[in-house]
Design a protein around this ligand. Structure first.
Ligand SMILES: [Zn+2]
Length: 307
C-alpha cells in the first residue's frame, strides 16, 4: 500500500509575506515529490472547522482577509487568500486522514501552510489561523476513532491543540518542546482537566539540547504513555524548527535525529494501530534543513508503508 501525500501549489505559493519567517520560501527547496499517492486540497466546511473553532473565529479570519489582510496578532499575518489556503489545508488533511483510516493509504504526510497548532478555538496566534490537526482529530472522532494520539514535536508547545482537547479522554496529547520558550505554555503541571486528566503530557527540552535529549524524552517519558493508551490512530504535529540550523529557536536537533524520531513514531504506530499515522507539517524555518527533514520523513513513511 502507498503512502498519501497532501500538497498543492497553493501551499507553496500563496499566503506569503517575505518579511515573515513563515513564508512561501520555506518549501522552496523541497526536491522531487514523486512520493506516494497525491491527495489534493479541499475546502473544509464550516461544520468541520466549527468542530474545534468558534463561529466567531471563522468570521474574524474571513473578515480580515476580505479587508485585504493584515496582522491578527503581533506574530500572525494573513493575506487576502489566507483564509482559502488555510481552509483548504484543513479539508485536505481530513481527506488524507480518512484515506489512511479506510486503508486507501498506509500512512500520510501533509505538506501544508500556514501551520496550525497554536490556533485555539477562538484565536489565531503563532502564525496559525486554523488548527488543522485538531480539525482532523475531531473528524476522525466523528468517524468513530475513540483513542487518538497527537504527538507534537515542533520546538514550540502546541498550546492550541492542548487547549482544544484539554478535557477530552479520547485524545492523548503528547508534546516535546523547548521550555521556557514561546508561547509560554506546556509546563509539566499541565496534565488535562476533568475527565481529560492524564491525557496531556508535556516534555521539556532545555535550550541547547540535541538529539540524545530529544530521543530520550520520547523513549523514557512520552512513548510509555502512548503504549499505555494504545492509540487507534496517530497524528503528528511535525515541526522541524528544533533543527540546529533553524533561526527561530535554540535546540540542536540534527536531520539524522529527526529521522530517528520519525522512525520511532512510525514503529509505534505499527505496533498499536496497523501503522495508521499521519505527519502534519507545522514549523521549520530554514528551507534547506526543512527540505532535508521532510525528505527523510517521506523515506521513512515509504519504508513504513511496505512493512
Ligand atoms: Zn514551531
Amino acid at each position: 500500500m502507498n503512502s498519501g501525500l497532501l500538497h498543492d501549489p497553493g501551499f507553496f505559493s500563496a499566503h506569503n509575506s517575505d518579511q515573515h519567517p513563515e513564508n512561501v520560501h520555506r518549501l522552496s527547496m523541497l526536491g522531487n515529490l514523486g512520493f506516494g499517492s497525491f491527495v489534493g486540497p479541499r475546502p473544509a466546511t464550516d461544520a468541520e472547522l466549527q468542530a474545534v473553532h468558534s463561529p466567531g473565529h471563522l468570521q474574524t479570519i474571513t473578515a480580515q482577509c476580505l479587508n485585504g489582510g493584515g496582522f491578527l496578532d503581533p506574530d500572525t499575518y494573513c493575506c487576502p487568500e489566507s483564509e482559502i489556503v488555510a481552509r483548504a489545508a484543513s479539508g485536505g488533511l481530513i481527506d488524507l486522514c480518512f484515506g489512511v483510516l479506510d486503508g486507501v493509504f498506509a500512512n500520510g504526510l501533509a505538506l501544508i501552510r500556514p501551520p496550525g497548532h497554536h490556533a485555539t478555538a477562538d484565536q489565531a496566534m503563532g502564525f496559525c489561523l486554523y488548527n488543522h490537526i485538531a480539525v482532523a482529530a475531531a473528524a476522525l472522532k466523528n468517524r468513530g476513532v475513540s483513542r487518538l494520539a497527537i504527538v507534537d514535536f515542533d520546538v514550540h508547545h502546541g498550546n492550541g491543540t492542548q487547549d482544544i482537547f484539554y478535557e477530552d479522554d479520547s485524545v492523548l496529547y503528547l508534546s516535546s518542546h523547548q521550555y521556557p520558550h514561546y508561547p509560554g505554555t506546556g509546563s509539566t503541571g499541565e496534565i488535562g482537566r476533568g475527565k481529560g486528566v492524564g491525557f496531556t503530557l508535556n516534555h521539556h527540552l532545555e535550550a541547547g539540547s540535541g538529539d540524545d535529549e530529544l530521543l530520550a524524552g520520547y523513549q523514557n517519558h512520552l512513548l510509555p504513555r502512548l503504549a499505555e493508551f494504545k492509540p487507534e490512530f496517530v497524528l503528528v504535529s511535525a515541526g522541524f524548527d528544533g533543527h540546529a540550523d533553524d533561526p527561530l529557536a535554540g535546540l540542536n536537533t540534527t536531520t539524522a535525529g529527526y529521522r530517528q524520531l520519525v522512525d520511532l513514531l512510525i514503529q509505534e504506530a505499527g505496533q498499536w494501530c496497523e501503522g495508521k499515522i499521519v505527519f502534519v507539517l507545522e514549523g521549520g524555518y530554514n528551507p534547506r534543513a526543512l527540505a532535508d527533514c521532510l525528505g527523510e520523513t517521506m523515506a521513512a513513511l515509504q519504508v513504513g508503508s511496505s512493512e
